[in-house]
Design a protein around this ligand. Structure first.
Ligand SMILES: Cc1cc2nc3c(=O)[nH]c(=O)nc-3n(C[C@H](O)[C@H](O)[C@H](O)COP(=O)(O)OP(=O)(O)OC[C@H]3O[C@@H](n4cnc5c(N)ncnc54)[C@H](O)[C@@H]3O)c2cc1C
Length: 504
């Protein structure tokens, strides 16, 4: 019997596991854990030649295999979604969820942008004080960025990453309307725990040389060396059952197609807000009753940054966000500015309505000045939306039905107008379906018992259970516009320490 069973290997799961393993708990972690099967050469993006260039394109079956975020799925990342369509079905006409069953969960592809929430937002989200937990997690994962920061206010930081030509030029523009600063990211600029600094090969959508970007599997590798840590995979957890102060956790072994069971004193579910809901609903047999869900509306705006038109850009660069931005007077929209040379261009070329040769010339001329502005909007949960589990299959998990019409967004025209002040000329607005922000929360809200069909208390314990907890973003009651993952990790750290204190 284990002290604690943890479901998932994403950011919340590995941080929680780390806290308990350090305290000597006997931990069992269950997940599918699909991994990349390709070995990608350690070379600069521009030096990758055929057949390696194959990695730069989406897998052949991409269109049918994922519902959102498919621009992020390069061939080298196809393992993220291998089992998703078979086991994590969603019925929806207006919500495009990105789900991953890879080792490290969604963090196997995340952009590593790290934000802290202010006290008001933490309060609205029903999350406790996190300051010391942000610092503790930063020491584990390694965050680089400016020491004084409006966006990621922590002490434990490595020096900022080099900023490319577009990032530098943006920071030189008039800043009367926007607060702009170099991005804070879980990207190493100095070695940490056997991981190395980012080589600026612009390969960050395809590989993670030296584990320079924190993806949860970096921590899994360290945990795997501990004698009190057991990792069972490929295991799809299908339900839990409580009896006599024990939790029985049932799973499907995808390698042998047999079922298995782990027994633990406590269960911590970290399957991500959508799939933690799925697992709890299946276990408590709560079907076809709607619960809430939170998700940041998201748009992206491809722009030409005029000062760099026709100029040669930085050769050595990382592929992640260069600059963070917010309006001085409104923090309900958070911006990330990318120079999107590597990933996007092959797609844009294919979609351009002109012969391939001219399309290539056209985009080459523009590519160094191409700045993609990603804008996330806060979600207060007030517009209509719902998530519900449909009746379960016998051995697997139920399909989910999600209804989430796009809420109307204010300030979009103000945003477009003010991008011009940064000398970014918008070429259009890509209004994505709800779900495409890949920021999910609030499916099992922190609430009093009976307020929702499925809810949890402030300690993360699921109502109507004795020893079952959810430590990802499922309990949140508000979703600020800033990227959520650093807060997910800090909150998992806080909840795990609190549970450990109560246990002793
Ligand atoms: C392309 C991309 C870019 C992103 N960029 C950023 C960013 O820059 N900043 C930011 O803050 N966030 C970003 N995100 C979002 C971020 O990745 C997620 O918020 C974060 O990973 C959520 O962590 P989690 O622990 O809640 O769950 P997840 O990462 O979703 O992990 C869930 C885990 O549970 C496992 N699981 C699920 N169901 C089961 C089951 N039944 N049985 C067994 N295992 C199960 C999965 O395999 C996975 O290991 C990005 C995401 C993507 C995909």
């Amino acid at each position: 019997m284990f002290d604690i069973c943890i479901v998932g290997s994403g950011p919340s799961a590995v941080i929680s596991a780390q806290v308990f393993v350090e305290k000597g708990y006997k931990i069992c972690l269950l997940d599918i854990g699909d991994e990349c099967k390709y070995k990608i050469p350690f070379k600069h993006f521009n030096e990758q030649l055929s057949p390696e260039a194959d990695f730069f394109y989406p897998p052949d079956n991409n269109q049918s295999s994922t519902q959102s975020g498919d621009a992020q799925i390069t061939k080298a990342r196809e393992h993220l979604i291998t089992h998703v369509n078979s086991y994590l079905q969603i019925e929806s006409s207006n919500f495009a969820a990105f789900q991953a069953l890879a080792s490290g969960g969604l963090s196997a592809a995340w952009g590593a942008a790290c934000f802290t929430y202010n006290d008001t937002d933490l309060d609205k989200a029903s999350i406790g004080q996190l300051r010391s937990h942000y610092e503790a997690v930063a020491k584990i994962i390694g965050i680089s960025g400016p020491k004084r920061s409006s966006f990621c206010d922590i002490q434990a930081k490595q020096k900022p990453a080099n900023i490319d030509h577009n990032g530098q030029s943006l920071l030189r523009q008039c800043q009367n309307t926007f607060v702009l600063e170099p991005s804070s990211m879980a990207l190493l600029t100095e070695p940490l725990n056997g991981r190395t600094a980012n080589p600026y090969f612009d390969m960050d959508f395809y590989s993670n040389f030296g584990d320079s970007i924190f993806r949860s599997d970096c921590l899994l590798k360290t945990l795997a060396l501990k004698p009190n840590f057991t990792h069972i995979k490929p295991a799809l957890v299908t339900s839990f059952e409580e009896a006599h102060d024990q939790v029985k956790v049932k799973y499907l072994d995808l390698a042998s197609s047999t079922t298995g069971q782990v027994v633990a004193a406590q269960l911590i579910i970290c399957a991500g807000a959508i799939n933690s809901y799925r697992l709890v609903a299946n276990s408590l047999k709560i079907f076809e009753v709607p619960n809430p869900i939170l998700c940041n509306p998201y748009i992206n705006i491809p722009t030409i940054h005029l000062p760099n038109l026709g100029k040669k850009g930085a050769y050595y660069r990382h592929s992640l966000s260069q600059v963070f931005g917010e309006f001085h007077d409104n923090s309900d929209i958070t911006l990330q500015f990318y120079s999107y040379r590597s990933l996007l261009l092959s797609r844009l070329m294919a979609q351009t309505p002109m012969p391939a040769f001219f399309a290539r010339l056209f985009w080459r001329a523009l590519s160094e000045s191409l700045v993609i502005v990603g804008a996330h909007f806060a979600d207060d949960g007030k517009s209509p939306r719902s998530i519900q589990a449909l009746q379960a299959a016998q051995t697997s998990l139920p399909a989910l039905k999600i209804d989430f019409p796009h809420p109307s967004l204010s300030n979009v025209f103000r945003l477009i107008g003010n991008l011009l002040k940064l000398r970014c000329v918008p070429m259009g607005i890509v209004k994505t379906k709800m779900g495409a922000s890949i920021h999910y929360a609030g499916t099992i809200p922190i609430s009093y018992e009976g307020q929702y069909p499925i809810g949890m208390d402030e300690q993360g314990r699921v109502h109507h259970t004795k020893n079952v907890y959810v430590f990802d973003s499922s309990g949140w009651t508000y979703l600020p516009s800033r990227g959520l993952t650093f807060t997910i990790m800090a909150n998992a750290h806080r909840l795990s320490e609190a549970l450990q204190r109560r246990n002793s």
